[in-house]
Design a protein around this ligand. Structure first.
Ligand code: ADP
Length: 632
């Protein structure tokens, strides 16, 4: 928010500065340059004027005094005052005093300083009024320098006006020594009048003596103050009589060894009035220009800054992702063009962003679908992997079982083979020593052992066919009891009890396969049981039944089914390490192949194997679905 304000404000400020500078700077600069220049010129002109006035007044005073001095000198040089009688002298003096009103009195003073004659223009001078004038500076100068002497301008209280003495020496024509002095007192009033007659009212012109005391001024009260002032330098700025700054010029009136100074001054503000007026005008114009700038700024803000601010605000909205608002474009200037271009840019940007968003969404869903597929594949792979693990375990189990099987088969085969070889060797080596019945028995044993081997190999063959799916049975209607008797008959030295639960029990079965099953069951009964093996033949409504029982320890309950798996032996079967574990598996496969079944249970301390067989071909087909009838 702060940033926004600073930005929007800066444009206005910049406009104000630029406009202000354009309007005010040239004015102020011109005023400074021209004002300074004018002031200098005015001051110079004022100085020149003051100098002119002072010089004019000084020369007039000079001529006044010179005229008086000349008149006094002429009294002797022309009219022979020094050699004249006292009466003539008095007459001469009276004539002069009457002719020139500046003279207050004129006296003849002897070389001792004693007045011998004095005439006054306004009074009668008695002999007793004559004075000694040795203290008059004009007299002293005239005696000592033998030249015109001027006294100081002093205020005569009786006359209430300033007066001045002028002395002219009268020299002895022979010795050249000062014989006497003509000493006149003149009024300074004409100078006052001269100063008063000067026209300019603001101008101040006055005369000061060597001590800086004002001796002439158009205003007599100023003279009466008798205050000494510091004589300013010629043509310099100074402090005027009224205490204000002023421009002054001075001009000297030389009076022999003494002097008077005429001063003319003008107040500075009067001298520089024109410059001050022009400064005031400049100020007014500058103020007006500033007002005009502010007015212009308002217009410019409205016409220029606001549209630009609108563009800036729109750009900010755009940056925040709000593309809904466009700028109102009015008029046909460059700013409108900018607004239109900005709007177009906004629209294009909106399109672009929408496009991009759509593509991003598309890609996202693709990726999600891909991820889902990947996850499904992974899940499938995991399932397959688990299956593979199971398969691997099964394979390992199989390999292990196969190794065991190979060992067992070798052992199983070697046992009867050893007997066969042993008896055959006996017969071959001791044929003559053996009685006929002994020889016959040995041959019987050889046949039995060979039969055992043939049975084992037969089992292996059937198992291989079962696994390969090529087991074929050739059933026919046979007598079950007959089949049992034939098998039991081959079991020599063993006690097998046969019980009939029904007469003439027939079944639809392959006689060879049935014998193989019965042989396996009887051999197991003899091998794992104790005492007699009991065989019962019977029949139910649907099947022929053969039950083989023995009194052995049996199979643990949880393995009643497992003993029918190929290469499996019950866990408690440790007395017969060489057993192969194929007999029951092959027997069940054969039974089922013929449409029957083979199961195990342990009942009343006895192992019971139950073999069922179909009674008719139809039942056999229904139960087993056996198709082939040829080949073993
Ligand atoms: P084999 O007898 O060669 O081991 P079988 O398939 O004939 O193979 O038997 C499988 C297993 O079942 C035997 O190893 C044995 O543990 C058990 N078995 C079979 N018949 C009997 C029985 N009558 N009594 C106890 N256990 C038996």
């Amino acid at each position: 928010m702060m940033t926004r304000r600073r930005f929007s404000g800066s444009l206005r400020v910049r406009f104000l500065v630029v406009f202000g500078a354009l309007a005010v700077v040239p004015l102020v600069a011109t005023a400074f340059i021209l004002g300074g220049w004018t002031a200098d010129r005015l001051e110079e002109q004022s100085v020149a004027l003051q100098r002119e006035v002072a010089g004019g007044v000084a020369s007039q005073i000079d001529s006044l005094l010179t005229e008086r001095a000349t008149e006094l000198a002429l009294l002797d040089s022309v009219f022979g005052l020094g050699a004249a009688s006292a009466d003539d002298q008095r007459a001469m003096l009276r004539q002069l005093a009457a002719a020139e009103p500046m003279y207050i009195d004129i006296a003849v003073v002897d070389s001792d300083g004693q007045e011998t004659i004095r005439v006054a223009s306004a009074s009668v001078v008695l002999a007793t009024d004559l004075r000694v004038r040795t203290d008059d500076p004009a007299y002293v100068t005239a005696v000592e320098l033998r030249d015109t002497g001027f006294g100081s301008v002093v205020f005569n209280d009786g006359l209430r006006e300033p007066v001045m003495s002028i002395a002219e020496p009268i020299l002895d024509r022979r010795s050249g020594e000062v014989d006497s002095v003509v000493l006149a007192t003149i009024t300074f009033k004409p100078v006052w009048e001269l100063l008063g007659s000067l026209a300019a009212p603001e101008q101040d012109v006055y005369v000061v003596d060597a001590d800086g005391v004002i001796v002439a001024h158009k205003d007599p009260t100023v003279v009466l103050l008798k205050t000494p002032i510091e004589i300013p330098g010629d043509g310099s700025r100074t402090t005027g009589l009224n205490g204000e700054p002023a421009v002054a010029a001075a001009s000297e009136v030389p009076l022999g060894g003494d002097r008077l100074v005429v001063l003319a001054e003008e107040p500075l503000d009067v001298a520089l009035a024109v410059a001050n007026r022009s400064a005031a005008v400049t100020l007014a114009v500058t103020a007006f220009a500033l007002l005009a700038v502010i007015g212009a700024l308002v217009v410019v803000t409205h016409k220029v800054v606001r549209p630009i601010q609108e563009v800036a605000a729109s750009a900010r909205r755009l940056a925040r992702g709000d593309r809904s608002r466009l700028i109102a474009a009015r008029g046909n200037d460059e700013i409108t063009e900018l607004a239109v271009a900005f709007n177009q840019m906004t629209l294009q940007l909106s399109d672009l962003i929408e496009n991009l968003e759509a593509r991003v969404a598309e890609r996202t869903s693709e990726i999600e679908a891909g991820t889902k597929l990947q996850q499904e594949l992974i899940a499938e792979l995991e399932v397959k992997n688990a299956e593979l693990v199971v398969v691997k375990e099964q394979l390992e189990e199989l390999v292990r079982a196969k190794d065991e099987f190979l060992g067992a088969v070798s052992h199983e085969l070697r046992t009867p083979l050893t007997s066969v070889v042993g008896f055959a060797s006996l017969i071959r080596d001791h044929r003559a020593d053996l009685a006929d019945d002994e020889r016959g028995e040995m041959v019987e044993r050889i046949v039995d052992q060979a039969q055992d081997m043939a049975d084992i190999i037969n089992d292996l063959l059937v198992a291989a066919r079962v696994e390969g799916g090529s087991l074929i049975v050739q059933p026919e209607t046979i007598d079950v009891r007959d089949a049992v008797e034939r098998v039991a008959g081959t079991m020599r030295d063993e006690t097998i009890d046969l019980t009939d639960h029904a007469h003439d029990v027939t079944a639809y079965a392959d006689p060879v396969r049935l014998r193989q099953i019965l042989r396996n069951l009887l051999v197991n009964g003899i091998r794992y049981g104790e005492g007699n093996v009991e065989v019962a033949v019977g029949r139910s409504a649907e099947v022929a039944v053969v039950e083989v029982r023995d009194h052995g320890a049996g199979v643990p309950r949880d393995q009643w089914e497992a003993i029918f798996d190929p290469y499996r032996r019950a866990a408690n079967n440790t007395d017969h390490p060489a057993s192969v574990g194929l007999g029951l598996s092959v027997s069940r496969s054969l039974a089922r192949g013929m449409g029957g079944d083979l199961t195990y249970r342990y009942e009343d301390g006895m192992s019971v194997f139950t073999l069922t067989l179909p009674l008719t071909p139809h039942a056999a087909d229904e139960a087993a679905g056996v198709g082939g009838r040829t080949g073993r």
